[in-house]
Ligand binder design. Structure first.
Ligand SMILES: Nc1ncnc2c1ncn2[C@@H]1O[C@H](COP(=O)(O)OP(=O)(O)OP(=O)(O)O)[C@@H](O)[C@H]1O
Ligand SMILES: [Mg+2]
Length: 242
């Protein structure tokens, strides 16, 4: 089982779009995939047409230390399509930041929760929130690889340095080593600015930048969608596929 997180502290850089489409493409190739929505905004959940308000339980109920809950990931799964399951999120997940404060083993909760899934899935993809706190730390502890989507802004690059510091801190504190790779998103090769940011990313990451660049797609932006079907159709805000 390969565990991959999509993380960057900067908001709106393409974390969720990357996580959903990576999970969906892997499942189309026959890999068994679990996507964990680990962001209280629940964009990955909604991006897959699942409304958090319709759900009684979510990843919060797996992660919370409150002993009246205690569900396993299997108990909260929503099947999306063949080989593709979602562990959905909802706003209440934000409470975990406080609930885990000062708790022994707080950074291991997601790691522990996915251990028993090793035989069930080939890939686990984790969509992280745009902040650095217990949720992000749990996601980094649970994964071996992190994809860092970088849109064409210098803020996005600043978010990266903070994330890289946390990865080093995690290694010092727990000995857990995470391999990080940058993914350029929303790239518009017509603009000089895009090319400048791309060069900066290459300088900072060296070989650890995906050669594949995700181009800016006006249809995705206007629709606010995060999900593109393999044939290029996408999910619109009113949740129909176009
Ligand atoms: N390649 C692209 N071209 C154009 N628009 C895109 C592209 N990728 C994502 N978007 C749009 O940008 C917005 C932000 O994308 P996304 O939700 O994936 O970012 P995020 O990093 O997960 O945001 P957050 O930090 O809030 O979780 C969405 O409305 C999405 O439709
Ligand atoms: Mg997101």
């Amino acid at each position: 089982m390969r565990v991959i997180a999509s993380a960057n502290q900067k908001g709106g850089c393409g974390k969720t779009t990357t996580a959903i489409n990576l999970a969906s493409s892997l499942s189309s190739k026959g890999e068994r995939v679990l996507l964990i929505d680990f962001d209280p905004q629940a964009h990955a959940t909604m991006g897959l047409n699942i409304m958090p308000s319709d759900l009684e339980k979510s990843i919060y109920h797996v992660i919370t230390p409150k002993d009246y809950q205690f569900l396993r990931i299997e108990d909260i799964l929503v099947p999306i399509k063949d080989n593709f399951d979602l562990a959905p999120s909802s706003l209440i997940l934000s409470a975990v930041e406080q609930e885990l404060s000062g708790l022994e083993g707080r950074e291991n909760r997601l790691f522990r929760a996915i251990q028993e899934l090793k035989k069930t899935y080939d890939y686990v993809v984790i969509d992280c929130p745009p902040s650095i706190g217990h949720l992000c730390f749990n996601a980094l502890r649970a994964c071996e690889e992190v994809i860092i989507p970088i849109d064409m802004s210098l803020f996005s690059l600043r978010g990266v340095s903070k994330l890289l510091e946390i990865i080093i801190l995690l290694k010092d504190k727990t000995g857990h080593d995470v391999k990080s790779r940058a993914l350029i998103t929303m790239y518009d090769r017509r603009t000089r600015y895009s090319r400048v940011v791309l060069e900066k990313v290459k300088t900072e990451f060296g070989d650890n930048v995906f050669e594949t660049v995700i181009r800016y797609n006006i249809r995705l932006y206007v629709s606010g969608s995060q999900y593109v079907e393999p044939d290029g159709r996408y999910l619109t805000k009113d949740r129909g596929i176009y």
